[in-house]
Design a binder for this molecule. Sequence first.
Ligand code: ATP
Length: 589
Amino acid sequence: MDMLFEEVAKAYSQIEAESGRINMTKILADLFSKTPPDLLDKVVYLTLGKLYPDYVGVELGMADRLAIKAISIASGLSEGEIERMYKEMGDLGSVAEAALKRKTQMAFFVEDLTVQKVYGNLERIAKATGAGSQDRKIRLLAELLNIAKPLEARYIVRMVTGRLRLGVADMTVLDALAVAFAMTKAVREKIERAYNLHPDLGYIAKVLAKEGLEGVEKIGITLGIPVRPMLAERLKNIDEIFEKIGPRVAFEYKYDGMRAQIHIGEKVKMIYSRRLENVTHQFPDVLKAVEEAFQGREAIFDGEMVPVDVNTGELLPFQVVSHRRGRKYDIEKMVEEIPVILFLFDIIYLDGEDLTMKPYEERREILERVVKETEKVRYAHRIVTEDKLEAQNFMDQAILDGCEGVVAKKLGPDAIYRAGVRGFLWIKYKRDYQMELGDTLDLVVVGAFAGKGKRKGTYGALLMAAYNPERDMFETVCKLGTGFSDEELAELPKKLEPYRIDHKHPRVDSQIEADFWFVPSVVLEVVGAEITLSPVHTAARDKLRKGAGLAVRFPRFTGRWRTDKKPEDATTIQELIEMYKNQVKKVVE
Ligand code: ATP
């Protein structure tokens, strides 16, 4: 069974015109229930602007130059004319739409575009490599545009250039599925569980449509498919940690590197980043080291990769290897110059068995049994103690050894590995003297204000938001205008341009009228002096006091673009509430 692509395009244009999250979900739900089950995975991926789940690592990103050629072929307008329109309109999708509108005055449609056809050609474009691949890509796109109606062309071109950006995220899709398949809250939890262990929404949607909930319940950990990482809550001192998860607590160094989930087996060898991107090819040395250290058949490990200074053996900030992308030769050179040590802190799967329901102590024992330490693969350094002084000394040593702080881990039978969940089974305690709040915040850019005076021509400040997972919305917490260097400021409009839209995004909750709006995409690290109640910001509105939200006072950009985080990985309003309560407690004490 196939489906007309026009149905999909119409749904997208409705979403684009929509200003509310609930309606957006409804439009998606309608689309999903209309979609034949066999095609549901494809429609889900396309809606997210992809062809596969992220971890497969195949991205759509055809160069504008090639897309312009294809539009020119399909519309009969010259490349120069298309370029001129592009300069004027700023969005190649709208250019394609306008160009085809001119053409359709003369032509009539002979063929209907189907979802299979669109997906098939996009897939061939994404996979085309080697000699002649540019021409092939142009031809494949032109073929679609030849059949496409103007509205369809708008979305095909946005997709193929990697700029669909409807702002539909995984949670939005989960909600839409819930509406489409009339599910209760309990059912929704089961789907989320499957998603945490096997984060492939297309696959889950298809299983749901074809086999119902029973099928979804059978979804579990699969070697080679990333598991959503377990995350830590935060507290500000050792006393609070013991109060929360004492009397006996494990403390591990919090290495300041890059999180790595390693899948290893006879045929499967992969490394996934925190946001589940496949980074295997950037760390061939780490993979090899794990193969040497691991004594079993197949496993999934959780750990942190940290660069070391070859001469002194000291741990280095991760930025020094964050450029391990690009060509093979460069990577080989960098592997030698700046080696990476892998500190393992967990194992979640071993030889066919899911270990996530086993307690932390047992997982750690298994880890130490199946991995022998080598120069490049070590266990995360740790102590288990009831003694606060010993814990504080351990923290001080962690800082001296180049770590960010410690992660306290709860002991006992309930200390399971909760995939995809941030909770108090793990508690991070960082020491950063400049920060009053005990941790940095990761906030999402949702809007901007035009600069004045010295900042004319760029943005004067950005409107920043935290994430509310319950509502799947971005709620504002502050205007951010400090911490940027002059160059950074000058570059902001260009860097944010790809996310610009002409109205507030449906998933943004703001009472403040910004001059510019963005699809929630970019995450910046911010420090602040304090969290206060605010009548204008919408984060955690009504949760602490009726009519008031939470705001960050004196926010400052740390200079770190958190490209390792999706907007949904940003600081949540629950975290803000915790931070707010913690400071209130401190004042009372
Ligand atoms: P941050 O910005 O503080 O790294 P995060 O949101 O990326 O926060 P959290 O779960 O809040 O992640 O903090 C724990 C992070 O610390 C893990 O994601 C991991 O990358 C890192 N880490 C370093 N050492 C450890 C350890 N021993 N146990 C668990 N996580 C560790």
